[in-house]
Design a protein around this ligand. Structure first.
Ligand code: NAD
Length: 281
Protein backbone atom coordinates (compact mmCIF):
# COMPACT_ATOMS: atom_id res chain seq x y z
CA UNK A 1 0.00 0.00 0.00
CA UNK A 2 1.14 3.52 -0.74
CA UNK A 3 1.95 5.95 2.04
CA UNK A 4 0.09 9.08 1.07
CA UNK A 5 2.67 11.75 1.80
CA UNK A 6 0.77 14.24 -0.29
CA UNK A 7 -2.36 13.82 1.83
CA UNK A 8 -0.57 13.83 5.20
CA UNK A 9 1.40 16.92 4.15
CA UNK A 10 -1.82 18.68 3.12
CA UNK A 11 -3.37 18.04 6.54
CA UNK A 12 -0.21 19.40 8.17
CA UNK A 13 -0.19 22.49 5.93
CA UNK A 14 -3.91 23.08 6.61
CA UNK A 15 -3.20 23.12 10.35
CA UNK A 16 -0.37 25.60 9.81
CA UNK A 17 -2.59 27.79 7.60
CA UNK A 18 -5.43 27.76 10.17
CA UNK A 19 -3.03 28.74 12.92
CA UNK A 20 -1.66 31.64 10.87
CA UNK A 21 -5.15 32.83 9.83
CA UNK A 22 -6.23 32.90 13.47
CA UNK A 23 -3.28 34.85 14.81
CA UNK A 24 -2.03 38.39 14.41
CA UNK A 25 1.48 37.59 13.23
CA UNK A 26 2.86 36.71 9.82
CA UNK A 27 5.89 34.46 9.58
CA UNK A 28 8.40 35.45 6.90
CA UNK A 29 10.91 33.18 5.20
CA UNK A 30 13.86 34.56 3.23
CA UNK A 31 15.01 32.52 0.24
CA UNK A 32 18.57 32.84 -0.99
CA UNK A 33 19.16 31.48 -4.46
CA UNK A 34 22.53 31.79 -6.17
CA UNK A 35 22.92 31.25 -9.91
CA UNK A 36 20.70 29.68 -12.52
CA UNK A 37 20.54 26.00 -11.58
CA UNK A 38 17.17 24.85 -12.93
CA UNK A 39 16.23 22.26 -10.26
CA UNK A 40 17.19 24.79 -7.53
CA UNK A 41 14.96 27.41 -9.12
CA UNK A 42 12.12 24.89 -9.28
CA UNK A 43 12.56 23.89 -5.62
CA UNK A 44 12.56 27.53 -4.50
CA UNK A 45 9.47 28.29 -6.59
CA UNK A 46 7.67 25.28 -5.07
CA UNK A 47 8.57 26.34 -1.54
CA UNK A 48 7.53 29.95 -2.19
CA UNK A 49 4.18 28.75 -3.51
CA UNK A 50 3.70 26.56 -0.43
CA UNK A 51 4.48 29.58 1.78
CA UNK A 52 1.89 31.71 0.00
CA UNK A 53 -0.77 29.02 0.40
CA UNK A 54 -0.47 28.95 4.19
CA UNK A 55 0.11 32.67 4.71
CA UNK A 56 3.88 32.64 5.23
CA UNK A 57 5.50 35.66 3.59
CA UNK A 58 8.47 35.10 1.28
CA UNK A 59 11.45 37.35 0.82
CA UNK A 60 13.33 36.23 -2.29
CA UNK A 61 16.98 37.18 -2.62
CA UNK A 62 18.37 36.00 -5.92
CA UNK A 63 22.07 36.49 -6.68
CA UNK A 64 24.16 35.92 -9.76
CA UNK A 65 26.49 32.92 -9.96
CA UNK A 66 29.58 35.12 -9.38
CA UNK A 67 28.53 36.67 -6.06
CA UNK A 68 31.49 36.56 -3.66
CA UNK A 69 31.37 34.54 -0.46
CA UNK A 70 31.87 37.77 1.51
CA UNK A 71 28.95 39.49 -0.17
CA UNK A 72 26.71 36.49 0.50
CA UNK A 73 27.78 36.47 4.15
CA UNK A 74 26.97 40.19 4.39
CA UNK A 75 23.47 39.53 3.07
CA UNK A 76 22.97 36.72 5.58
CA UNK A 77 24.07 39.05 8.33
CA UNK A 78 21.46 41.61 7.25
CA UNK A 79 18.76 38.91 7.40
CA UNK A 80 20.04 37.71 10.80
CA UNK A 81 19.51 41.22 12.15
CA UNK A 82 16.14 41.84 10.51
CA UNK A 83 13.36 41.24 13.06
CA UNK A 84 10.76 40.79 10.32
CA UNK A 85 12.56 37.67 9.01
CA UNK A 86 11.90 34.43 10.89
CA UNK A 87 13.60 31.91 8.66
CA UNK A 88 16.55 31.92 6.27
CA UNK A 89 16.81 29.26 3.60
CA UNK A 90 19.91 29.01 1.43
CA UNK A 91 19.13 26.82 -1.55
CA UNK A 92 21.88 24.27 -2.14
CA UNK A 93 24.08 23.60 -4.00
CA UNK A 94 26.05 26.83 -3.98
CA UNK A 95 28.73 27.55 -6.62
CA UNK A 96 32.10 25.93 -5.97
CA UNK A 97 33.86 29.15 -4.96
CA UNK A 98 31.54 29.47 -1.96
CA UNK A 99 32.06 27.36 1.16
CA UNK A 100 28.54 26.06 1.86
CA UNK A 101 29.27 25.03 5.44
CA UNK A 102 30.66 28.50 6.19
CA UNK A 103 27.44 30.01 4.88
CA UNK A 104 25.31 27.68 7.01
CA UNK A 105 27.47 28.38 10.07
CA UNK A 106 26.75 32.10 9.69
CA UNK A 107 22.96 31.79 9.70
CA UNK A 108 21.46 32.70 13.07
CA UNK A 109 20.57 29.25 14.56
CA UNK A 110 17.22 30.75 15.63
CA UNK A 111 16.42 31.41 11.96
CA UNK A 112 17.96 28.20 10.61
CA UNK A 113 14.61 26.64 9.68
CA UNK A 114 16.38 24.07 7.50
CA UNK A 115 18.02 22.71 10.66
CA UNK A 116 21.50 22.57 9.14
CA UNK A 117 23.37 24.83 11.59
CA UNK A 118 25.78 22.92 13.89
CA UNK A 119 23.92 24.28 16.94
CA UNK A 120 20.64 22.77 15.77
CA UNK A 121 22.28 19.54 14.62
CA UNK A 122 24.12 19.23 17.97
CA UNK A 123 20.96 19.83 19.99
CA UNK A 124 19.08 17.27 17.93
CA UNK A 125 21.82 14.67 18.48
CA UNK A 126 21.78 15.09 22.26
CA UNK A 127 17.98 14.98 22.26
CA UNK A 128 17.13 18.59 23.15
CA UNK A 129 13.69 19.75 22.02
CA UNK A 130 14.66 23.37 21.56
CA UNK A 131 16.05 23.10 18.02
CA UNK A 132 15.07 22.97 14.38
CA UNK A 133 15.10 19.46 12.95
CA UNK A 134 16.11 19.33 9.30
CA UNK A 135 13.07 19.15 7.10
CA UNK A 136 13.37 15.82 5.28
CA UNK A 137 14.11 13.70 8.39
CA UNK A 138 11.43 15.65 10.27
CA UNK A 139 8.94 14.98 7.46
CA UNK A 140 9.78 11.27 7.45
CA UNK A 141 9.28 11.03 11.23
CA UNK A 142 5.89 12.72 10.86
CA UNK A 143 4.95 10.34 8.06
CA UNK A 144 5.83 7.30 10.20
CA UNK A 145 3.80 8.81 13.03
CA UNK A 146 0.80 9.44 10.76
CA UNK A 147 0.78 5.78 9.72
CA UNK A 148 1.37 4.62 13.31
CA UNK A 149 4.55 2.87 12.28
CA UNK A 150 6.25 2.23 15.59
CA UNK A 151 10.04 2.26 15.33
CA UNK A 152 10.64 0.90 18.85
CA UNK A 153 12.97 -2.09 18.65
CA UNK A 154 12.73 -2.17 14.87
CA UNK A 155 15.73 -2.46 12.60
CA UNK A 156 15.85 0.57 10.35
CA UNK A 157 18.29 0.46 7.45
CA UNK A 158 19.10 3.86 5.97
CA UNK A 159 21.01 3.96 2.72
CA UNK A 160 22.80 7.29 2.42
CA UNK A 161 24.79 9.25 4.99
CA UNK A 162 24.38 12.87 3.90
CA UNK A 163 24.18 15.70 6.40
CA UNK A 164 20.68 16.59 5.26
CA UNK A 165 19.04 13.15 5.23
CA UNK A 166 20.90 10.02 6.36
CA UNK A 167 22.88 11.31 9.35
CA UNK A 168 20.13 13.38 11.03
CA UNK A 169 17.52 10.70 10.38
CA UNK A 170 19.70 7.99 11.97
CA UNK A 171 20.20 10.22 14.99
CA UNK A 172 16.49 10.87 15.40
CA UNK A 173 15.57 7.21 15.13
CA UNK A 174 18.01 6.14 17.86
CA UNK A 175 16.77 8.75 20.34
CA UNK A 176 15.28 7.44 23.56
CA UNK A 177 11.86 8.68 22.51
CA UNK A 178 8.66 6.66 22.46
CA UNK A 179 7.15 8.72 19.64
CA UNK A 180 9.73 8.18 16.92
CA UNK A 181 12.92 6.69 18.36
CA UNK A 182 14.17 3.55 20.07
CA UNK A 183 15.06 1.91 16.77
CA UNK A 184 18.19 -0.02 15.95
CA UNK A 185 19.69 1.79 12.99
CA UNK A 186 22.16 0.72 10.33
CA UNK A 187 23.47 3.42 8.00
CA UNK A 188 24.75 2.10 4.69
CA UNK A 189 26.64 4.13 2.08
CA UNK A 190 28.70 3.84 -1.06
CA UNK A 191 31.46 1.87 0.69
CA UNK A 192 29.11 -0.60 2.38
CA UNK A 193 29.88 -4.21 1.57
CA UNK A 194 27.04 -6.59 0.74
CA UNK A 195 24.36 -3.91 0.66
CA UNK A 196 21.70 -6.42 -0.38
CA UNK A 197 22.23 -8.58 2.71
CA UNK A 198 22.02 -5.56 5.01
CA UNK A 199 18.97 -4.05 3.32
CA UNK A 200 17.15 -7.35 3.56
CA UNK A 201 17.34 -7.21 7.36
CA UNK A 202 15.51 -3.88 7.52
CA UNK A 203 12.02 -3.80 8.99
CA UNK A 204 12.03 -0.24 7.72
CA UNK A 205 14.17 0.55 4.71
CA UNK A 206 14.94 4.17 3.89
CA UNK A 207 16.66 4.99 0.61
CA UNK A 208 18.38 8.38 0.26
CA UNK A 209 20.90 7.70 -2.45
CA UNK A 210 20.07 9.73 -5.54
CA UNK A 211 20.20 6.83 -8.00
CA UNK A 212 17.10 5.64 -9.85
CA UNK A 213 16.03 2.05 -9.16
CA UNK A 214 19.04 1.42 -6.89
CA UNK A 215 16.88 -0.57 -4.47
CA UNK A 216 15.54 -3.67 -6.16
CA UNK A 217 13.10 -6.34 -5.00
CA UNK A 218 15.85 -8.78 -3.96
CA UNK A 219 17.12 -6.18 -1.41
CA UNK A 220 13.83 -5.81 0.46
CA UNK A 221 12.47 -7.95 3.28
CA UNK A 222 8.93 -9.15 2.65
CA UNK A 223 6.48 -6.95 4.59
CA UNK A 224 8.99 -4.16 5.20
CA UNK A 225 8.08 -0.48 5.23
CA UNK A 226 9.94 1.31 2.45
CA UNK A 227 10.60 5.04 2.49
CA UNK A 228 11.95 6.37 -0.79
CA UNK A 229 13.62 9.77 -0.37
CA UNK A 230 15.24 9.88 -3.80
CA UNK A 231 14.34 12.44 -6.42
CA UNK A 232 15.81 11.55 -9.79
CA UNK A 233 14.95 12.87 -13.23
CA UNK A 234 14.73 10.13 -15.83
CA UNK A 235 13.57 11.22 -19.28
CA UNK A 236 11.75 14.23 -17.82
CA UNK A 237 10.01 12.04 -15.26
CA UNK A 238 10.63 12.13 -11.51
CA UNK A 239 11.47 8.75 -10.00
CA UNK A 240 12.80 7.64 -6.63
CA UNK A 241 15.69 5.39 -5.62
CA UNK A 242 13.47 2.33 -5.30
CA UNK A 243 12.22 0.09 -8.08
CA UNK A 244 8.65 0.92 -7.06
CA UNK A 245 6.84 -1.36 -9.52
CA UNK A 246 8.44 -4.52 -8.16
CA UNK A 247 9.24 -3.59 -4.55
CA UNK A 248 5.65 -2.47 -3.92
CA UNK A 249 4.54 -6.07 -4.55
CA UNK A 250 6.33 -7.42 -1.47
CA UNK A 251 6.53 -4.59 1.04
CA UNK A 252 3.71 -3.60 3.41
CA UNK A 253 3.93 0.15 2.88
CA UNK A 254 5.89 2.33 0.47
CA UNK A 255 6.19 6.02 -0.28
CA UNK A 256 5.63 6.80 -3.96
CA UNK A 257 7.79 9.31 -5.83
CA UNK A 258 6.43 11.88 -6.34
CA UNK A 259 3.83 12.23 -3.58
CA UNK A 260 5.71 10.62 -0.68
CA UNK A 261 8.51 12.30 1.23
CA UNK A 262 8.79 15.46 -0.94
CA UNK A 263 5.56 17.18 0.21
CA UNK A 264 6.40 16.34 3.85
CA UNK A 265 9.77 18.11 3.52
CA UNK A 266 8.02 21.29 2.43
CA UNK A 267 5.40 21.05 5.19
CA UNK A 268 8.20 20.64 7.74
CA UNK A 269 9.82 23.82 6.43
CA UNK A 270 6.57 25.75 6.91
CA UNK A 271 6.20 24.26 10.39
CA UNK A 272 9.72 25.31 11.39
CA UNK A 273 9.17 28.83 10.03
CA UNK A 274 5.96 29.21 12.02
CA UNK A 275 7.67 27.92 15.17
CA UNK A 276 10.52 30.38 14.68
CA UNK A 277 8.03 33.25 14.36
CA UNK A 278 6.11 32.15 17.46
CA UNK A 279 9.32 31.91 19.47
CA UNK A 280 10.24 35.44 18.47
CA UNK A 281 6.86 36.77 19.56
P1 NAD B 1 23.93 12.86 -1.31
O1 NAD B 1 24.44 12.75 -2.69
O2 NAD B 1 24.46 13.93 -0.42
O3 NAD B 1 24.12 11.48 -0.56
C1 NAD B 1 23.88 10.27 -1.19
C2 NAD B 1 24.31 9.15 -0.29
O4 NAD B 1 24.07 7.93 -0.95
C3 NAD B 1 25.79 9.19 0.08
O5 NAD B 1 25.90 9.10 1.48
C4 NAD B 1 26.38 7.96 -0.59
O6 NAD B 1 27.36 7.33 0.21
C5 NAD B 1 25.18 7.06 -0.76
N1 NAD B 1 25.32 6.23 -1.95
C6 NAD B 1 25.52 6.62 -3.23
N2 NAD B 1 25.57 5.56 -4.04
C7 NAD B 1 25.37 4.47 -3.27
C8 NAD B 1 25.30 3.09 -3.52
N3 NAD B 1 25.43 2.61 -4.76
N4 NAD B 1 25.09 2.27 -2.49
C9 NAD B 1 24.94 2.74 -1.25
N5 NAD B 1 24.98 4.04 -0.94
C10 NAD B 1 25.21 4.89 -1.93
O7 NAD B 1 22.36 12.95 -1.44
P2 NAD B 1 21.21 13.54 -0.47
O8 NAD B 1 21.29 15.00 -0.47
O9 NAD B 1 21.20 12.81 0.82
O10 NAD B 1 19.93 13.10 -1.31
C11 NAD B 1 19.69 11.76 -1.64
C12 NAD B 1 18.50 11.69 -2.57
O11 NAD B 1 17.37 12.20 -1.88
C13 NAD B 1 18.61 12.55 -3.82
O12 NAD B 1 17.93 11.92 -4.88
C14 NAD B 1 17.92 13.84 -3.45
O13 NAD B 1 17.41 14.52 -4.58
C15 NAD B 1 16.82 13.31 -2.59
N6 NAD B 1 16.28 14.24 -1.62
C16 NAD B 1 14.93 14.29 -1.53
C17 NAD B 1 14.34 15.10 -0.61
C18 NAD B 1 12.85 15.10 -0.51
O14 NAD B 1 12.28 16.01 0.07
N7 NAD B 1 12.18 14.08 -1.05
C19 NAD B 1 15.12 15.90 0.22
C20 NAD B 1 16.49 15.80 0.14
C21 NAD B 1 17.07 14.96 -0.79
Amino acid sequence: MDIDGKGVAKEWRDKIRDEIINCDYRPCLAFILVGNDLPSKTYVRMKERACAEVGVLSKPLYFSEDISELNLLKNINILNNDDTIHGILVQMPLPNHINSQKIINNIDPNKDVDGFHPTNVGKMVIGEDDCFISCTPFGIIKLLEAYQINTKGKHVVIIGRSNIVGKPLANLLIQKNDKYGNATVTVAHSYTEDLTKICKTGDILIAAIGKPNAITIDMVKSGAVVIDVGINYVQNKIVGDVDYDNVSKICSLITPVPGGVGPMTIAALLHNTLQSCKKKI
